[in-house]
Design a protein around this ligand. Sequence first.
Ligand code: ADP
Ligand code: ZN
Length: 359
Amino acid sequence: MNIIHVNSVIQSYDIIIGNKIRHLVGKYLPKSYSAILIITDSNVANLYVEDIVHGCNVQDVFVEVVSPGEQAKNINTYYNLQSKAIEYQLDRKSLIIALGGGVIGDLAGFVAATFMRGIDYVQIPTTILAHDSSVGGKVAINHESGKNLIGSFYPPVLVFYDTDMLKTLPEREIRSGYAELIKEAMLADSELLERLWNVSLPEVHMEETTYFLERGISIKADIVEQDERESGKRMFLNLGHTLGHALETKLGYGVITHGEAVAIGLLFALFVSNRELKADLPIHALKTWLIKNRYPLVLSLEMIDDLVKIMKYDKKTIYKQIQMVLLQGISAPVIHMIDDSKLKKYLTAFVMEEMKEGI
Ligand code: ADP
Ligand code: ZN
């Protein structure tokens, strides 16, 4: 078992990572609670909720199950969960547990952030991807005009990661999580990146995944500690995400996973960095790795106009200039403004040169 401590301005917390530790969650809660509400989705509930309930060591434990997928992050589900919290008589000394992937973490975290002006919550991530979203305190639900438009910065009191739960993940969820690990390695650790190139999904060993998760979480925690509210350094975590988010929006959520979209965004970030900044980034190694691991490289020329429009309205766009995170080298990210016409030119060249299977 490993513990990574995160110093947050709002409140500091531990991330505990271990194998088969889910039965022990009660032991690691930072204080005692009047009641616990576990929020999870139906897939995760079937597999793991009983273990967590038994591990809580509190008399009043309630469970609310929502349907799986991004769709659950809506205002109605949010409101229903608030109603349940009131019905179960949760008070300011109660706890919410988010048991699931990124969707559940965001949703349950936002319920906790706003119930009675904020009660404690614990993240129990069950996907590889959620190593990223469970650290840093961003919580949100979606508005029909965009993802995560209603939200807050509200850190958990504990992140409790049982890697044994990852063994039931579908293959595309493993791919999704690994793209975010590649991103973290590119931002801060070239050795980690070299190790990641050797990974073949989905057979990768759980001990290896645990190692990557610990490194990825440390990198993320380090950046978040330096800039919790995303005024500077935290922006770097958007590497691959400007295009990634636009692709998710364009294709419709669920067509490809978040990480699969980010993977294409990362390849594009390397492509642009090599041209704009005359960098020498391993675009060939990344492309080879993505193809080997069956990431869908689905960007096509017809999509470009729409993608650029979506990128312009991204919540991270400032004064309508598109901001991209580029790399001067591995571990050397920079923020770069880029205008639409240049972006279109790069996207066109990128599709022609990189979005085909030939290497
Ligand atoms: P993320 O945003 O982290 O990818 P989601 O909350 O969108 O996570 O979950 C992705 C999908 O994987 C959902 O259908 C969810 O029910 C399912 N899932 C989450 N954790 C597990 C797990 N440990 N085993 C099997 N399926 C899981
Ligand atoms: Zn991401």
